[in-house]
Design a protein around this ligand. Structure first.
Ligand code: NAP
Length: 320
């Protein structure tokens, strides 16, 4: 039986790995991977699709998301953390030990740290699905270079939308932000940067009603006014979604308490409704959602796991 299994390899999971590995608990980290539905649980999480991280302490010049993840992974492995690029597909938290299924293998562990993060949200219209990766994307960092000298739309009004729009101006001739209200929710500095960029303009008070295409690729969008419902079309070769995220909690439904919006319900700072199961990072935090706050929660969950293991050892449930 393992002492600690960590599910997820973003800043929360990797910080938990650094702490539990240094405490000699030999953590196993399930970093993510393809699950039978074909869905990818991205190893490294959202930082892997982030360009520059400017607000993580200790990096005065900034650091790219993937580099930050790689540095954290190396730091954990240096202390003996064991990493597997696979996704956990099912769990059984009904008793001790806790059980996790990876492929055909059931793994037993005394404690689990859930750090599965959150994934990009989609509009949910059929044309979005039809033109996925043929002009529709939720990752400017991954796909921006395919849109050199093209006109694109970015949907959303948060920091992600501002960041994506700015990034896309490196390649695109024009970037239009589409926002459903008349004010952005993004931070002041990000809004100022976007609005000062001569390649960026804004369509306020409208939503995408349909993504238009020629059967092969995107040619434009039909916009619907959120004020009077009127429709009009605009040409574009790309549509980037930046409309927030949903927590990756599907496999935990029915096994631990979740909030109505799907985020893990915490008891105390990192505890869940199942004994021995802790949670950290975006999967349990719909408010702050920062790399640094996720890392902080990962640290707290690791220290809480360590305490639990001490208790289990003193109770004789677990050998030293
Ligand atoms: P967010 O703050 O939740 O913003 C989502 C945006 O999408 C909102 O403007 C929302 O509109 C809009 N939206 C949601 N559903 C929509 C729909 N169905 N149709 C049209 N628009 C829709 O998400 P985020 O921008 O991904 O940011 C998440 C967190 O990460 C935030 O805490 C942010 O500060 C952080 N972040 C930080 C940085 C950075 O500092 N470098 C970069 C990226 C993200 P409403 O405003 O009307 O709700």
């Amino acid at each position: 039986m393992h002492k600690v299994v960590i599910i997820g390899s973003g800043p929360a999971g990797l910080t938990a790995a650094i702490y539990t590995a240094r405490a000699d608990l030999q953590p196993i980290v399930f970093e993510g991977g393809f699950i039978p539905t074909g869905e990818l649980m991205t190893p490294g999480g959202q930082l892997m699709i982030t360009t520059e991280v400017e607000n993580f302490p200790g990096f005065p010049e900034g650091v790219t998301g993937p580099e930050l993840v790689e540095r954290c992974r190396k730091q954990a492995q240096r202390f003996g953390s064991h990493h597997r690029e696979e996704a956990v597909e099912d769990v059984d938290f009904s008793g001790f030990p806790l059980k996790l299924r990876v492929g055909d293998e059931w793994i037993e562990t005394a404690t689990v740290i859930i750090a599965t993060g959150a994934s990009a949200r989609w509009l949910g219209i059929p044309s979005e699905q039809a033109y996925m990766n043929r002009g529709v994307s939720a990752c400017a960092t991954c796909d921006g270079a395919f849109f050199r000298d093209k006109e694109v739309m970015v949907v959303g009004g948060g920091d992600s939308a501002m960041e994506e729009a700015n990034f896309l101006t490196r390649f695109c001739s024009k970037v239009t932000l589409i926002h459903r209200r008349d004010a952005f929710r993004a931070s002041k500095i990000m809004v100022e940067r976007a609005l000062a960029n001569p390649k960026i303009d804004v369509e306020w008070n409208c939503a995408i009603d349909e993504i238009l295409g020629d059967g092969r690729t995107v040619t434009g969008v039909r916009l619907k006014s959120t004020v009077d419902g009127s429709l009009r079309e605009r040409a574009a070769q790309g549509v980037f979604l930046a409309i927030g995220h949903s927590p990756n909690t599907q496999i935990f439904k029915g096994h631990i308490d979740l909030h109505p919006n799907g985020y893990v319900k915490l008891y105390g700072l990192t505890g869940t409704s199942a004994p021995g199961v802790l949670a950290a990072g975006d999967v349990a935090d719909s408010r702050y959602r920062q790399a640094i706050s996720a890392a902080g929660m990962g640290c707290m969950a690791a220290l809480d796991a360590e305490k639990l293991i001490e208790t289990y050892e003193s109770e004789g449930k677990l050998s030293h």
